[in-house]
Ligand binder design. Structure first.
Ligand code: ZN
Length: 182
């Protein structure tokens, strides 16, 4: 569980360290707001992807399921800055499928943690691979990292694309999925 009082003290400390007055009107409630925000953006630690993927439906002859443009916002563990974008999930069912909203739930489970885009990508692919046992799964994430666009090299609008594949997913099918996504 998140220790909100401790976060509040730490945020007040940061405000003082950068030369601000934590007691001025605009900042008075900032430590408490930031503490509530951290509780929300790290709530995925208390959630479990397998819970959302437990209820499945029998599938008849579907060759591919693609849920694209699942928007997300996560937090970069190197800078504690947001990175956000879209997750695209494609899988080849092996007898069972899951409700489409559940895939978005799985994205939330991993996005609401301190993350690296590559690891989040692998975790989503692994969860689907483990819980649905599909013939293959292919997950693509495109994201803008504010630690790159708001500071550092400041390339606003630049995106990082990562991909993770589990099981059998041919190059041909991957290319078809990519053509449907981009
Ligand atoms: Zn970063």
């Amino acid at each position: 569980m998140v220790d909100k009082e401790r976060i509040e003290r730490a945020v007040a400390e940061i405000l003082q360290a950068i030369g601000e007055d934590p007691n001025r009107e605009g900042l008075r409630d900032t430590p408490a707001r930031v503490a509530r925000m951290y509780e929300e953006i790290t709530s995925g630690y208390l959630d479990d992807a397998s819970k959302h993927l437990a209820k499945t439906f029998a599938e008849q002859g579907g060759e591919l399921v693609l849920e694209k443009d699942i928007s997300f916002s996560s937090t970069c563990e190197h800078h504690l800055m947001p990175f956000f974008g879209k997750v695209h999930i494609a899988y080849i069912p092996n007898g069972k499928v899951v409700g489409l909203s559940k895939l978005a739930r799985v994205v939330e489970v991993y996005a609401r943690r301190l993350q690296l885009q590559e690891r989040m990508n692998a975790e989503i692919a692994d969860a689907i691979d483990k819980e649905l046992s599909p013939k293959g799964v292919f997950v693509v994430i495109e994201a803008e990292h504010t630690c790159m666009t708001a500071r550092g090299i400041k390339k606003v609008g630049s995106k990082t694309v990562t991909m993770a594949k589990r099981g059998e997913f041919s190059e041909e099918l991957k290319n078809q999925v990519l053509a449907l996504i981009f």
